[in-house]
Design a protein around this ligand. Structure first.
Ligand SMILES: Cc1ncc(COP(=O)(O)O)c(C=O)c1O
Length: 463
């Protein structure tokens, strides 16, 4: 790392010997040796700046991050991409605006709409034949925006959890032509533009990136990038609403130290990319297969998605037996996420495990389950809105058996986690596809949750 002057790290170091009659209460007392990282746990003292009114070391760190990530402006987020999505949507809308939301968006997008009294229209992304979400069709977007002049904002996820990248340049042009703002949830793509692929940061009004998902940062560090098209006063107001008033300095320091490291070590992205590409080139599989999306705008090569005729859960369990923890599984695939810290040894272990499982597996189709109910759960063709989520407050509700909920108006959200995208929306009638999707989660052991926690047995509906 370069000299550390004007870094958050050195500002914290300068305070190290001071006698702490300020928060936090541990006072960096070494007897609490169970508190790791305590030495960087400070509050807003002179010289440490303030995230909510940054003009010193934090402001410098955000400017440095904007250079490194090729953004016009950057704000540090200490509450993950979740906070970036909430604050970003509030910044780009006003109460009772209508927003267009891609059906595979994270639950934070739907929570934002409910909190901010926004009307929702759903937009169905393309699908890949393997039962995985594809990209956003710009032509279809053009048609939707031409036919609905009420829409003020489009929110989409790119890359998807599985790594599919949409044509954000084209999408941003279409949105601009229609006077529609664009927010890209690029939570999984902080590395895009550095590792390869094109980042939305260049084109979208607001782009949200989790730094903790793929880069060398602590959970839940994230950034919000924005362009000059964004009302900065409203952004400031929105961020201070959703971010804690006590931002953790160890997290801000981690973000700044990582940015400084990346500034001097851009080569690390090429090394990471080469490691993963080499793994993919050398992996010899007869029965299992690597996902390679067709006809999409782009693909994030850092993702390793393994398609499996034995089913996602079975493959995930086989990997776990070999000491490999994968990020997630779907009905028929497993996602192994790489990150900037992935080593050759890790990839060698994954290669050995996959080739061994592949050798033991005879390739027969043991798992014929169709994932389409999950993919179509929020398809606007089959999903009917009764009331907006923000209009459900105060409506009387009852808790019914999953078997008996079809056709009823849901009073809560149900989502699979990961990826955290809802399959049932508050205020929408529960369709037969959604009942199938919920059953599929149970049968396939896909983790799914509901806001009330009554799932999988019951669900709250309008009385
Ligand atoms: C697409 C997407 N957006 C947003 C989030 C929220 O990110 P964070 O955990 O950083 O708050 C997630 C989390 O998994 C996600 O997958």
């Amino acid at each position: 790392m370069k000299d550390v002057d004007e870094s958050i790290f050195s500002a914290l170091k300068d305070k190290a010997g001071t006698i702490p009659f300020h928060m936090p209460g541990h006072k960096r007392n070494e007897k609490f040796d169970f508190l790791k990282g305590m030495e960087q746990d400070f509050t807003e003292l002179d010289g440490l700046d303030d995230l909510h009114n940054a003009s010193g070391v934090i402001s410098l760190a955000e400017k440095r991050a904007a250079r490194v990530f090729n953004s016009m402006h950057v704000r540090f987020l200490v509450g993950g991409s979740t906070v970036g999505v909430l604050a970003g949507i509030r910044t780009l809308t006003k109460r009772s605006d209508k927003i267009l939301v891609a059906s595979n968006c994270h639950k934070s997008v739907f929570n934002a709409a409910q909190l901010l009294s926004l009307k929702i229209a759903l937009f169905m992304p393309n699908l890949q034949k393997e039962g995985i979400f594809g990209d956003i069709d710009p032509q279809k977007l053009e048609e939707v925006l031409t036919n609905d002049h009420e829409i003020k904002l489009f929110v989409l996820t790119s890359p998807t959890y599985e790594g599919v990248i949409s044509d954000i340049k084209k999408i941003s042009e279409i949105c601009a032509e229609h006077g529609v703002k664009l927010l890209v949830d690029e939570a999984h793509g902080a590395h895009l533009g550095l590792f390869g692929g094109v980042s939305a940061r260049e084109y979208a009004d607001i782009t949200v990136n989790s730094l903790h998902k793929t880069l060398a940062c602590l959970t839940p560090a994230a950034i919000l990038s924005y362009k000059n098209t964004v009302d900065e006063t409203r952004l400031n107001e929105s961020l201070q609403m959703f971010e804690t008033s006590s931002p953790p300095y160890y997290l801000l320091c981690a973000m700044d130290s990582m940015t400084r490291y990346l500034e001097d070590n851009k080569i690390i992205f090429d090394e990471w990319r080469e490691l993963v590409l080499k793994f993919k080139r050398e992996l010899k599989l007869k029965n299992l297969k690597l996902f390679a999306p067709k006809g999409v705008c782009g693909y994030d090569d850092s993702k390793i998605v393994i398609l499996s005729n034995m089913g996602g859960k079975a493959l995930k369990d086989e990997l776990a037996k070999r000491n490999i923890e994968a990020e997630m599984y779907g009905v028929s695939y497993v996602l192994a996420m790489t990150g900037i810290g992935t080593t050759r040894e890790d990839l060698d272990a994954l290669k050995r495990a996959l080739e061994e499982i592949d050798g033991e597996f005879d390739g027969k189709i043991y798992h014929k389950k169709d994932s389409s109910p999950l993919l179509h759960a929020l398809d606007p063709q089959t999903t009917k809105k009764a009331v907006e989520a923000y209009e459900t407050d105060g409506l009387s509700a009852e808790c019914v058996d999953i078997e008996k909920c079809e056709g009823r108006v849901s009073m809560e959200y149900v989502w699979a986690y990961p990826p955290g995208s809802p399959i049932i929306l508050k205020g929408f009638e529960i369709s037969s596809e959604q009942v199938e999707a919920m059953k599929l989660c149970v049968e396939e052991n896909i983790n799914a949750y509901s806001s009330s926690r009554a799932f999988p047995k019951k669900i709250w509906v309008r009385a």
